[in-house]
Design a protein. Structure first.
Length: 400
């Protein structure tokens, strides 16, 4: 089966952690026997816009790459630099992808086109479906593309409806997200939950020295780990404020943020102001193999986001047998049962974060029980191997 994946959320040389969950699914599908090419459109960055770092960075992204034996193309498409013109990205991406596929003769033997996110990618696959009658199209929606993007303006809502209507199959990663899809456009929807690769649990021999260094640094310390974008919607400010409130009670407690974002400098300044700069660390972006070293070494994982679809990082923490504190948003409560395999908090609630951290620190038995239950659940229900089997079944159904 020949499959083209269209996803602007795919790792590249500038951001190797971007959309890692899409890459993990692609690898699982490849292991299941699919032949896959990835198209990951990148905004065109003319020099006139290079006065902003974001646009300079776009220009440094390679046009092609081989990632874990997967061929990835990064064609450029026009993006108008204004949030009010967000909807037009879908049109420009479509023309760019269509031209690229035709020019490189990539459509001659394709069976499936699978897009990730409703807009702009799902709009592209929906348009291609109209053009290519013998090709089946699949759209996976993940969260923000349904929770927020459609409501930026009328055009965004119109294009989202088009994507939901014109792809042969629509997949959501949770039942709650399925309900949100119905509210926008009523159609049949498949639920195929994201997963985790069991290889993520294994530490490569070349990384053992670094893991030992990290563990030696954390001897006699208990560590809370956050992994994600360092932005307000991820709850990073509330996490910081909660840590400040309990830091004095737990002098052996440390907080580590892994990721980049516009709140990183703010947190660094606040940590210095609170005289906690020696107990709060921001590592910046790390490669996937490096992140799992911190999963292995930490004591608690926390994700206090305002919104999520079905966060893959949650499954990674479960695989590493770490007690999880996570916001009850998106499809999280379809996986996490409070005090059974994790602890649920309300987004934006600093006291809730404090209470849950304290509960785990003061009750080792509860922490171990949650960790063990989480591990059993993830290996039996939420691996990429399970995900790929369901996905291949759907592809075959579309082709029959």
């Amino acid at each position: 089966m020949n499959i083209i994946i269209i996803s602007h959320m795919f790792p590249n040389n500038l951001n190797p952690m971007k959309g890692i969950f899409v890459k993990e699914q692609v690898l699982a599908l490849k292991n299941a026997g699919a032949n896959i090419i990835v198209i990951s459109p990148i905004p065109y960055a003319p020099k006139i816009l290079w006065f902003r770092k974001k646009w300079r960075d776009y220009a440094t992204i390679n046009k092609t790459a081989i990632l874990d034996n997967i061929t990835v193309y990064y064609p450029r498409y026009l993006v108008l630099p204004s949030k009010y013109l967000f909807g037009f990205q879908s049109y420009f991406m479509y023309f760019s992808v269509k031209r690229f596929l035709s020019k490189n003769n990539l459509l001659s033997r394709v069976n499936i086109i699978h897009a990730h996110t409703a807009i702009p990618d799902g709009y592209v696959s929906g348009r291609l479906k109209k053009l290519l009658r013998n090709v089946s199209t699949v759209l996976t929606v993940h969260g923000s593309d349904i929770y927020s993007y459609p409501f930026r303006n009328r055009l965004s809502l119109k294009l989202t409806k088009y994507a939901l209507k014109n792809n042969d199959a629509v997949i959501t990663v949770s039942d709650r997200l399925k309900e949100k899809v119905f509210a926008i456009y009523d159609r049949n929807v498949e639920i195929i939950t994201n997963g985790v690769s069991q290889e993520h649990f294994y530490i490569k021999e070349k990384d053992m020295l670094e893991l030992n260094i990290i563990k030696n640094q954390l001897i006699g310390k208990r560590t809370i780990l956050f992994v994600g974008n360092i932005i307000k919607p991820k709850g990073v400010i509330e996490l910081f404020e909660a840590f400040v409130k309990i830091a004095k009670k737990y002098p052996d407690l440390y907080l580590v943020y892994i990721g980049e974002g516009d709140q990183k400098n703010y947190l660094l300044k606040k940590a210095l102001y609170e005289r906690l700069n020696n107990r709060i660390f921001l590592t910046g972006l790390l490669e996937h193999d490096k992140v799992k070293l911190w999963f292995s070494a930490c004591d608690i994982f926390i994700l206090p986001s305002y919104s999520e679809g079905m966060p893959t990082v949650m499954f990674e923490a479960m695989l590493h047998k770490k007690p999880i504190i996570i916001s009850d948003v998106g499809g999280v409560s379809e996986v996490i049962i409070d005090k059974i395999n994790g602890l649920l908090i309300q987004p934006g609630n600093i006291d809730s974060i404090c209470n849950k951290i304290t509960e785990l620190l003061d009750n080792i038995q509860l922490s171990e029980q949650i960790s063990n239950n989480a591990y059993k659940d993830v290996i039996s229900k939420y691996t990429w191997e399970i995900n790929s089997r369901k996905m291949m079944t759907l592809y075959e159904k579309l082709e029959s």
